[in-house]
Design a protein around this ligand. Structure first.
Ligand SMILES: [Zn+2]
Length: 168
């Protein structure tokens, strides 16, 4: 379900895409294209900001999204970034239930919310980079609608966020 067209941004894009020197894009070990470390990096290394066209909640609701579009990242302020439009290599990080990278929100000087990708643990050159998507399905989709095949010992079997702990 995460099918990617070959990334032609390098040759056809007229807009400058910010460089992400820590990331190389190539065939994933799990699915489609993936992101790989170009060098050894300690935990907490900055990889890049998630970029792309921004939409507010109303614009997102009014738009019909192709199910194949999985480059959408919704921020805590309700804005959604479509990394499929003007995004950089950070959009190629696949999901893993035991990720080696994370996405962290931070504000820029203008007060705009950004999504920073960074390593969660030390990685070696050539390692595939993953984050935990923890998707939320507001349409009542079952976890099995978003199956995960990451193969980690802690695999939840789904890319959806784990269910909330029931209140005692
Ligand atoms: Zn998994």
């Amino acid at each position: 379900m995460r099918e990617f067209a070959i990334d032609t941004a390098m040759t056809t894009s007229k807009k400058a895409v910010s460089s992400t020197p820590g990331i190389r894009v190539g065939p994933s070990t799990i699915h489609g294209l993936g992101a790989f470390a170009t060098r050894d990096m300690p935990a907490g290394t900055f990889l890049g900001f998630y970029e792309g066209r921004r939409y507010n909640a109303e614009q997102i609701a009014a738009k019909t999204w192709d199910d194949q579009l999985t480059y959408l990242f919704t921020l805590s302020d309700g804005m959604t970034i479509d990394g499929g439009k003007g995004g950089n290599a950070t959009r190629h990080l696949n999901h893993c239930c035991d990720p080696n990278c994370e996405a962290v929100e931070e504000y820029d000087d203008a007060g705009r919310l950004l999504l920073r990708f960074q390593t969660l643990v030390a990685v070696e050159a050539g390692d595939e980079l993953f984050i935990d998507y923890s998707l939320t399905a507001d349409d009542g989709s079952a976890p099995s609608d978003y199956p995960c095949h990451c193969g980690s010992p802690n695999c939840r079997g789904s890319m959806l966020a784990p269910p909330e702990e029931p209140l005692q």
